[in-house]
Design a protein around this ligand. Structure first.
Ligand code: C2E
Ligand code: CA
Ligand code: CA
Ligand code: CA
Length: 275
């Protein structure tokens, strides 16, 4: 068929309808998946660089669909945020992950990601504590990872929430440091325990002098401010050697382990294995 402007317009509209319908379908499926508890925490180890010890695990969301396919966060976290489901997803994921973590020996820490949108939930801290209590995990063994974008829009709310997490003994980390909305002011204005340097600085650290300089300088600055430093995306022994040399405290990455489905992990045994 020859395409006239009119036909093009109709085609475009039809395409839009389909995109809207597809989006509505995905949203509905995600809603059902959350209700049916099909969002599962996968656990990735966090390593203490000086000892090689596993000091905790980050829980990362995976959607285990009925078709047997495991969907990654980039396929559903943004949708959960845009359609107001991210809070529900967080609490259900935290409940499962904390239950798992309560079986870990030692003082192994569970890390979990908080979406910036959740700062508008007035019951965030209270429900988090309730969920921990039900799971039998002490607050001191939870770490909340917050991305910087959260701090820009609602400074006062963010400060209040971070303080109340900390008052309850929960650790708070600044996630994805160095991307997007970085402001050095965030480091001194908010009472973070840790800073996580984004993976993009580690990926090319063996060859890129700028990344080396940034990681070294950020680590030194963080230490002077009383913060510990975690690096993401350590994939090779050479990467690990670099970040150890630069004084980073903790590392996470495929070198140590990929995110894996729930299983009984045990910090002390993991330590024995890596010796
Ligand atoms: P993130 O918080 O920065 O998590 C680290 C991501 O890096 C994870 O991707 C992890 O699988 C990946 N990664 C870890 N080590 C390596 C490595 O050595 N090499 C490479 N190439 N990648 C590595 P994942 O699981 O796909 O999660 C992506 C993002 O989705 C997370 O980034 C986080 O921002 C978000 N996310 C995941 N789960 C949740 C959740 O429950 N709630 C919220 N709000 N966001 C979540
Ligand atoms: Ca994270
Ligand atoms: Ca990251
Ligand atoms: Ca043990």
């Amino acid at each position: 068929a020859k395409s006239s402007p009119n036909q093009t317009f109709c085609f475009f509209e039809k395409g839009m309808d389909e995109a809207v319908a597809r989006r509505a379908r995905t949203e509905r499926k995600l809603r059902e998946a959350i209700d049916a508890d099909e969002i599962e925490p996968y656990f990735q180890p966090l390593i203490e660089l000086s000892t090689g010890r596993v000091l905790g695990y980050e829980a990362l969301a995976r959607w285990e669909g009925r078709d047997g396919r495991v969907k990654q966060p980039d396929e559903f976290i943004a949708i959960a945020e845009e359609s107001g489901m991210i809070g529900e997803l967080y609490f259900r994921l935290l409940a499962k992950a904390a239950k798992e973590a309560s079986t870990w020996e030692g003082d192994c820490v569970l890390s979990i990601n908080l979406s910036p949108l959740q700062f508008s939930d007035p019951w965030l801290v209270e429900r988090t504590l309730q969920t921990l209590q039900q799971a039998g995990l002490p607050p001191a063994r939870l770490e909340i990872e917050i991305t910087e974008s959260a701090l820009v829009s609602e400074v006062e709310t963010a400060r209040a929430i971070i303080s109340s997490f900390k008052n309850q003994g929960i650790l708070v980390s600044l996630d994805d440091f160095g991307t997007g909305y970085s402001s050095l002011r965030h480091l001194s204005e908010f009472a973070f325990d840790k800073l996580k340097i984004d993976r993009s600085f580690i990926t090319n650290i063996d060859t890129n002098e700028n990344s080396q300089t940034i990681v070294r300088a950020v680590t030194s600055m963080a230490h002077h401010l009383g913060l510990k430093v975690t690096v993401e995306g350590v994939e090779t022994e050479a990467n690990a050697q670099s970040v150890r040399d630069y004084g980073c405290d903790f590392a996470q990455g495929f070198l140590y382990g990929r995110p894996e489905p729930a299983r009984s992990v045990d910090c002390e045994e993991s330590q024995a294995k890596s010796d």
